[in-house]
Write a new protein. Structure first.
Length: 387
């Protein structure tokens, strides 16, 4: 969620909303929408922004944001046509805080070696680019990166100088096309070959090959379209084959592939459309090696096992969860589309989570999801996946 200037009368506040709405509409229309439909409420004593009421994805949806010290702490949506008077909570800041805190504890304790992230850890670069001047990267740094221990001798021997590795998402390049924020937060990615003009990389650790691809920026006409340009899809598939062939030749038995847009998805923005969906390329290697794919982008959790490949959509790390809203809990998919093994046909709900992956040579990989459901009578749980 956005970080917003706190005091009444700051012109940047309106400008930020125009920029945000400008992602999906012409600037002049965005200016009109903000002037007409975005209502900002300030505390009469402190003059701080405390609430925003604004349009959401459709003409009948109204979003209410609660703000504290510039950060959105809660977001709810009311569909005045489908469910008038009913607000559905789709974001709580405490959800992402819990995820970050638990991940840090697992790495600090030695339960996990390092963190793999599938992208969209910041809102954009329009309020600052680096850890020093971006409120978003500063928050990521304070709550996660600074809390992780330095890499140990085993990791450094593998060429890994940090504990956190990202598959760049569309938000990392929004207002920051040269990924200055990412490279300021985790500069050791450059050692792995990441540059502003090349956003893919790989490394090997303990008989696992880790591959990170770049699915592209955001196009509202096709919000899950693989439109990557650094490098383009065809070149990435060629590189992916080379990396997978090399792993096979070296006898590396497992490959984990991370990129932002989902290969399979039944909710929200949907999966990568054909012909630029990489499933066929990835699945062609599943008979020779264990292949697991981590995706994000759609702000919910889903899992699939298709043609021998395990797919995890891990969009429940802390963002607003719009696929839980009426009308977006599922999208139209072709007959015979793979089943989602997480929700198992039930509509998704607010669910903040992360997955621990246990890799033991010669044994089946174990996936344990830890989750926080603030609405539930049993808010904390762990679930074994792919059993």
């Amino acid at each position: 969620m956005m970080y917003l200037p706190q005091n009444a009368g700051q012109p940047d506040l309106v400008k930020l909303f125009v920029e945000m709405f400008g992602l999906v509409m012409p600037e002049k229309v965005a200016e009109e929408v903000v002037a007409k439909d975005v209502k900002m409420i300030f505390d009469p004593a402190s003059k701080e922004l405390i609430q925003i009421v604004m349009p959401f994805m459709t003409k009948t949806e109204v979003m209410t944001l609660t703000v504290n010290k510039g950060w959105v702490t809660e977001a709810s949506v009311e569909d005045v046509k489908l469910l008038p008077g009913v607000r559905r909570m789709m974001f709580r800041l405490q959800g992402g805080e819990w995820v970050a805190r638990e991940i840090v504890k697992d790495v600090q304790s030695g339960r996990a070696k390092f963190v793999v992230n599938s992208g969209d850890v910041v809102w954009w670069g329009n309020q600052g680019l680096t850890v020093d001047d971006s409120p978003y990267w500063k928050r990521v740094n304070d709550t996660m990166l600074k809390q992780l221990p330095p890499s140990d001798d085993e990791m450094r021997a593998a060429g890994l100088d940090g504990r956190w590795f990202i598959g760049v998402g569309n938000h990392e390049v929004w207002g920051d096309p040269k990924i200055a924020g990412t490279l300021s937060a985790v500069p050791y990615l450059t050692k792995l070959g990441v540059t502003p003009d090349r956003l893919i990389y790989k490394f090997d650790f303990k008989d696992v090959r880790f591959i990170f691809l770049w699915s592209g920026k955001y196009d509202h006409h096709s919000p899950s379209l693989w439109d990557a340009d650094r490098p383009k899809y065809a070149e990435q598939m060629q590189q992916l084959r080379q990396w997978l062939d090399d792993a096979k030749a070296k006898g590396i038995p497992k490959t984990f592939i991370t990129f932002h847009y989902p290969v399979f998805c039944r909710a929200g923005l949907g999966p990568i459309p054909e012909p630029d969906n990489p499933h066929k390329v990835i699945a062609s290697y599943a008979k020779d090696t264990e292949v697991v794919v981590f995706n994000g982008h759609v702000h919910t959790t889903e899992m699939y096992e298709v043609d021998g490949v395990k797919y995890l959509v891990l969009g429940g790390g802390g963002a607003e969860q719009d696929p839980i809203l009426p009308g977006r809990t599922s999208i139209k998919v072709p007959a015979g589309y793979p089943p989602d093994l997480y929700w198992k046909g039930q509509p998704p709900k607010e669910d903040y989570n992360y997955v621990l992956v246990d890799v033991v040579p010669g044994k089946k990989t174990k996936f344990t999801l830890s989750r926080f459901r603030p609405w539930s009578a049993e808010p904390f749980a762990t679930v074994e996946l792919f059993t």
